[in-house]
Design a protein around this ligand. Structure first.
Ligand SMILES: [Zn+2]
Length: 59
């Protein structure tokens, strides 16, 4: 994924910064513990599409 894209994407819930998870190809909001999927290289920044992460994953 394009690193410049990471600088402009923000969590739609808290408007915070997102972390890119290379392994799972997801964008993670640590604050909300939500993982947004990346479909065909395009981040899907929609709360209903996001996966809720377990407490252990959020570490
Ligand atoms: Zn958030």
């Amino acid at each position: 994924m394009d690193h410049r894209l990471l600088e402009i994407v923000a969590c739609p819930v808290c408007k915070g910064k997102l972390t890119f998870d290379k392994v799972n190809q997801e964008l993670i909001c640590k604050l909300d513990r939500l993982a947004y999927p990346i479909k065909e290289g395009i981040p899907v920044l929609l709360e209903p599409e996001a996966r809720e992460m377990s407490i252990e994953e959020g570490r």
